[in-house]
Design a protein around this ligand. Sequence first.
Ligand SMILES: *Cc1c(COP(=O)(O)O)cnc(C)c1O
Length: 363
Amino acid sequence: MAPPKAKPGVLAITPYAGSEVGHGGTDRVVVSSNESAFGASWRAMEAYSAASEDVRRYPEIDARSLRQALARHHGLEQDRIICGCGSDQIIDLLTLCFAGPGDETLYTEHGFTMYPIATLGVGATPIAVPETNLTTDVDAILARVTERTRIVFLANPNNPTGTYVPESELRRLHAGLPEDVILLLDGAYAEYVMEEDYVAGEALVREFSNVVMTRTFSKIYALASLRVGWAYAPPEIIDVLDRVRPPFNVSAPAISAAIAALEDREHTERSRRHNAETLPWFIGEVEALGLHVNPSVANFVIVRFSDDPDRNADAAYRFLFARSIVTRRVAGYGLPEWVRMSIGTREEMEEVLTALRAFVGAT
Ligand SMILES: *Cc1c(COP(=O)(O)O)cnc(C)c1O
C-alpha cells in the first residue's frame, strides 16, 4: 500500500516565504512585511478589546455589520461585498470556484506569490507573464490569454515592485479579455497611492460582470494579525463565492476592530500623509548612497544591490539583520538582486539609512 498522496499540483507549491521574524514584540526595526508605520487606530484596539469579552459566541455568519460599514464608507452596495480571513482567503475561494485541472491563470512575473500558490492548490496551471521595467505589461498579458485562461491576477500597485498601471491601461487590459475570464484587481495598497490616474477598480466592477476587486485591513489599517480582507464583485460572482466561503470566517473582535478602523478617518489620513512624505524622502536618501531604488507608489520599496558577493542583496540583508533591522529578500519573486523595505516611522527609516550607509561604506 502506498502512503496518501497529495492531489497533482499541491507538491509543486513553494510554500509562502514570510518574514524571518514572526509576531511578537521585539526591539528590532521590522520593515519586512509592508505593515503600517503607525500601527492600528486606538479606537480599533479598544473595539477589539471590548469584543474579546464575548468570545464564546460565534461571530456574524457573513460579517454583515462590516460589509455594511464598508458599503457606507466606500459608497458601494453591501450585497456585492464579501469578507474574508484576509484577502488571501478571497483569492483562494475565487480560484477554487473558477479554475481547476486543465485551466490556466495569469499573473505577472514579479507578482504576489499567493496567485501561483492558490492556482496550484486547485490543480490549475499558473502562467507567469513577463513584465517590462518591473511593471505590468498589458500587451504581454493579452498575448498569453488562451481558451484555457480563467483568471488574470493583478496586484495594483504590485508587491514587491511597488509599480502600478493607470486606469487607462486597466481598461485596455479588460477590453482585451474574453468575457468569461475574471480580472482580479488586488488593491492591497490602494489607500497609499496618490497618483491621479490610479483607480483601485470599484467602477470597473460596477461596469463589467468579470471584474473583482480585493482589499485588505492588513496594510494601511494596520490590522494584519486580525486577518480581515474583502472583495467587491458582481452579484453572480458573490453568489458563487458565498457557497464555498466558510461560515463565521471573520471573527467578531476582527469585525469590530475593522469597523472602528474604518471610522477613524483621521488616523488613516495621518498614515497616508506620513507615507506620502516619507517614501520620496527615503528613496532620495537611498539613491544618494549610490543604490538604485525602483519607483514605488506603495508603502515599500525595493532596493537593488550589486552582484559582488560581499555587496549583494543577501549580504545587505544579513548586514541589516545583524543590526536588528529586518527587511525582506525577494529572490522568490524573481528579484535576487533586490531587497524590499517597508516605510516605517521616520526614526526607523533613519536607522535603516544609517545601516545602509555603513554597508555601502559611505561616511
Ligand atoms: C499584503 C498583501 C495582501 C494582503 O493579504 P491579507 O490576506 O489581506 O493580509 C494582498 N495582496 C497583496 C499583493 C499583498 O501584498
